[in-house]
Design a binder for this molecule. Structure first.
Ligand SMILES: [Zn+2]
Length: 276
């Protein structure tokens, strides 16, 4: 979601902390499997980080998509590449689905692109110290994509993917969406509507925290009408309060009734979910 370029995307390699947490035996097995697979997960991350996939580098975005697609194929998902019309100048999206009747229908969100375009100087996957790595998209959000895949691998290994209904959607143009969005997000929206719960794997609030809601973005137009006249007649019975006052009144009403004091709910997971 970041629309600015970080000088360095820092990605901390963190291991699960299960001590002191009340995890069920099954949950402990899930964590153990993920920890045991950490070297393979890091290899996967390194591989995709070292492929430049700036939003406009179609080839790179598709290549990252192909690497992840193989992971989902191996997990038994039905995978599909969603192409977009040439006029949008975007690579397309990766979708992986499995259908079942057990549990809620989940929509798991990631993205393949980064803000680092091919023309920029390339930063390969590099250790800054024994626990921190830098590289293009290590955090936002190839790290999140690998967290998602690691979690699914562990669920499969523990027999917990059976009969579940999951749609994984990795967009190829999250950092700069193809316009119009009604075209670039059409398939995404349709599939999301068929699901019940959406989980995004990009860092929102910070480490060790799961955000349960975020501010969204919307566009809208406020039309107000007033009687045209000289400013000296404002507030008179004949001219009324004017269009500007009315627009300000409505906006202030939004502020007072809806927006002020608005808080983004989140909870501390108390659980290092691998990588953020
Ligand atoms: Zn992102």
């Amino acid at each position: 979601m970041k629309k600015y370029i970080l000088p360095l995307s820092i990605f901390a390699l963190l291991h699960f902390k299960s001590a002191g947490q009340n995890l069920s035996p099954t949950e402990q097995k899930i964590v153990q499997y993920i920890n045991a697979q950490m070297p393979q997960s890091e290899e996967l991350l390194k591989k995709v980080v070292n492929i430049n996939s700036g939003t406009l580098n179609h080839e790179g975005v598709r290549e990252v998509g192909a690497v992840f697609r193989k992971e989902f194929d191996d997990l038994g998902f039905q995978t599909e590449w969603i192409s977009l019309p040439d006029s949008l100048n975007r690579a397309g999206h990766l979708v992986a689905e499995r259908k079942g009747k057990s549990g809620k229908k989940l929509f798991l969100i990631g993205h393949l692109d980064t803000v680092f375009e091919k023309a920029m100087s390339f930063t390969p996957y590099t250790y800054l110290n024994d626990s921190t790595v830098t590289g293009q998209g290590v955090n936002d959000m190839k790290g999140g994509d690998v967290v998602l895949i690691s979690a699914l691998k562990s669920l499969k290994a523990n027999g917990l993917l059976d009969n579940t209904s999951l749609t994984v959607y990795f967009t190829g143009d999250e950092e700069s969406s193809g316009k119009p969005a009604s075209v670039s997000r059409k398939d995404f929206i349709e599939r999301a509507k068929a699901c019940e719960i959406a989980l995004a794997f990009e860092t929102a609030v910070g480490m060790n925290t799961v955000a349960t809601a975020r501010r969204g973005a919307s566009g809208w137009r406020l039309n107000v009408k007033g009687i045209m006249g000289h400013s000296s007649t404002i507030f008179s019975q004949q001219a009324g309060y004017g269009a500007i006052f009315e627009a300000a009144r409505i906006l202030n009403e939004f502020r007072e009734k809806k927006l002020s004091g608005e808080k983004v709910p989140y909870f501390q997971s108390g659980f290092n979910y691998g990588w953020f």
